[in-house]
Design a protein around this ligand. Sequence first.
Ligand code: 9WN
Length: 433
Amino acid sequence: CVARRPLLEPADALDRAARRVLATNWRRHATVPAARLYPHQWSWDSAFIAIGLRHLSPARAQRELESLFGAQWRDGRVPHIVFEPHVPADAYFPGPSFWRSTATPGAPAVATSGIVQPPAHALAVWLTYRADPATARARGFLPRLYPRLIAWHRYLTTRRDLTGSGLMSVVHPWESGMDNSPAWDAPLSRVTPVPPGEFTRRDLDHAAAAERPTDADYGRYVRLARDYRDAGYADSLRGHGFAVEDPLCNALLAAGEHALASMATELGRDPQPHRAAAARLTDALTATLYDPAAGIFFPRDAHTGGHIRSYSVGGLMPLIVPGLPVAAELVETALGDRFRLREACPVPSYDLSAGDHDPSLYWRGPGWVNTSWLLWHGLRLHGEASLADDLRQRLLGRVRDAGFREYLDPMTGTGHGADEFSWTAALVLDLIR
Ligand code: 9WN
């Protein structure tokens, strides 16, 4: 008689596979997004990774965030990349020798980039804390992170409020986390690209060119980053060739202030300043970026003052803000032809009905698990439990079929970009629970 192993429940198999990806991508104190394409620590990736990691190892999730904030600059900025010292210098472009952070006053001893990424961290810190308050207390997690988060938000709401609107601007497409979104085409068209011969891309060693930004995009990315670096990473509207008030970043800031209010209460401090900041950000976001006729938030070009009328998933992201006054309108838009929430999965990064929608090209059409997770979170927050659960089930099904890919065709589910991508694995772990 041969003992038969019980068949794995599909959820168990997915759970184990997700854990394996996170174990493989863990380095000394943080997780790399993808071993070959992104071999360092990335800022908003670490926030999403911690949200999943907290189910697997709360202490490791805390370390993920602590190590990122260990590389915070004196002015409060949290760099978008913290470079792994043991990784060869040419493994990723642009690397430490491009950013020259260690030669910049106020930057940490470890090499970092000089730009930022969407501020998903306060939310991640709070969710990580809640997963295991006892371990967090024993490690002094909140007392360490809370003041650093305050300095981070202060940098964004002061030095990055370039127009006086009360909103932060991103000053590089990489800062938006949605690098080649069609929303950035118009403001980027004013930037003169650096000639391709002046730099060597490394991303194309590991990913298909048809699924990545173009050389002309990269020429502009390099120009903007180089100018910022050469100005000593100083912030002013005139100094930035590209400056955009982005709904996703500002929504994360507002949601983050709510998380900071909860942390303050937990630490016996006054939560009121954070509630007031959240209210101010929510008002500014709605007054400045919401278009009632379109039913979506549009980014605003800080140089021209005009809306960029591009239907990107970023425009739905304010749904993560508690008490958002136009939540029902955003849900309607998500259900409509542009995003087809009931069928498309993951949620498309860009308007399905647009002529230039491309389902396999990075942020110009494919669905990503992080923005889908944020939408799921927002749907639950605003009483849309059944839509949220439907999205959750379909997301898990997509990843089960395609693997832990970086992005997926939202209609067919075909996987694209990197494989064994950490935030896909981490957020699946969160969605399984
Ligand atoms: C530049 C790491 C990062 C993500 C971004 C995603 C991509 C980098 C790149 O990878 O950007 O920061 O080299 O393309 O667009 O959202 O954080 O996963």
